[in-house]
Design a protein around this ligand. Structure first.
Ligand code: NAP
Length: 314
């Protein structure tokens, strides 16, 4: 059954033949880590039709040639959104890593309303309602806006992605560093986030409307992680406790390009975690088994799976 936005009045107009129509799911960020994993899972199901997007026109053409339902969509070009959303029933919203995510998400949600989308699944953060970290606050503003849109919603709240250990926090020179002093951090595997998101998108709003799902599945400090990495990689990796001041160097070193607003927010995040203002970030809140029926992936299992990549990054 299709789950069109009830504000459009489409639910009342739904006929028996429309009931048989398979819902169309649009996945934003399908060329990225989480959106890509979600797309893989949905493509394996016949319960929904999957539409993916790219802001790169050559990628759109390449995927079209492979028979994919891919549309050009650039969140910074509002004129590209209407066509992409036409006929979409369920929408996976992923924006982030720049303050532009606020405008992008607002325009997208307004457009979803116009297009009669019936369910929004938003990828957010693991935050308390009154947290002051800028990037977290941006996500919370988006969640509030989704809730007032009248479109049925599900908010996903993952803690630190394990995949960051392949990027920002990749062990180098025999050391694994964290930037929040001796505090512990909650982690979650990208595959678990994707499994939860895909299940929610497959089941739809009847089951998951007005639900918040929390994914902080294992709590570890730098030494716990370095011990696991040493065992899995069969190499001695030392844990190292750095501070939020050291995190500044990650952005000023010239290896990582992010906008200043985001960099400042990320440094503020590590400062607040270090001094205990975001103590909840080091807690377990694991909804993964309740949605997927499977235990969450442990950091050790994740490291075994990514052993080759971890070694090649060193
Ligand atoms: N990393 C963490 O530990 C963590 C923890 C909690 C929450 N999060 C949240 O996770 C999200 C990021 O997920 P991710 O790591 O899967 O992202 P990612 O791998 O960086 O991928 C970003 C995706 O967004 C697309 N995109 C970027 N700008 C766009 C635009 N203007 N229009 C349309 N598409 C655009 C990119 O497509 P292109 O191919 O065009 O670049 C790409 O597919 C953020 O919202 C972040 O706050 C992250």
């Amino acid at each position: 059954m299709r789950d069109r936005n009830h504000f459009s009045g489409d639910i009342e107009k739904t006929t028996m033949s429309e009931n048989a129509i398979i819902p169309t799911v649009l996945v934003l960020g399908s060329t990225g880590q989480i959106g890509g994993l979600i797309t893989e899972r949905l493509m394996n199901s016949t319960a929904v039709k999957v539409r993916i997007t790219s802001r790169r026109k050559e990628e759109v053409e390449r995927q079209k040639d492979l028979g994919k339902d891919i549309v050009y969509l650039d969140l910074d070009k509002p004129e590209s959104i209407g066509k992409a959303l036409a006929g979409v029933d369920r929408l996976f919203v992923l924006t982030g890593y720049t303050v532009a995510m606020l405008t992008q998400s607002k325009v997208l949600i307004d457009s979803a309303k116009k297009a009669g989308v019936g369910h929004i699944v938003h990828l957010g953060i693991f935050g308390e309602w009154d947290c002051t970290d800028p990037h977290f606050a941006w996500h919370q503003l988006i969640e509030s806006y989704i809730k007032t849109s009248g479109i049925r919603w599900t908010n996903l709240h993952p803690n630190m992605f394990m995949e960051n250990v392949l990027a920002f926090f990749a062990p180098k020179g025999g050391r694994f560093s964290t930037y929040w002093g001796k505090q512990r951090m909650g982690w979650v595997a990208g595959e678990d986030i994707a499994n939860v998101a895909a299940k929610v998108l497959l089941d739809g709003p009847e089951k998951h409307h007005a639900k918040d799902y929390w994914m902080s599945t294992e709590v570890l400090d730098a030494f716990d992680i370095s011990d696991i990495l040493s065992e899995v990689l069969n190499k001695k990796i030392e844990g190292e406790l750095k501070s939020h001041e050291d995190f500044k160097a990650v952005f000023t070193g010239g290896n990582i390009e992010v906008e200043d607003w985001y960099a400042e927010g990320a440094i503020e995040f590590t400062r607040q975690v270090s001094n205990g203002e975001m103590g909840y970030i080091g807690t377990i809140r694991n909804d993964v088994p309740f949605i997927t029926g499977k235990p969450a992936i442990t950091f050790k299992q994740w490291a075994v799976k990514h052993k080759g990549q971890l070694l090649s990054n060193m």
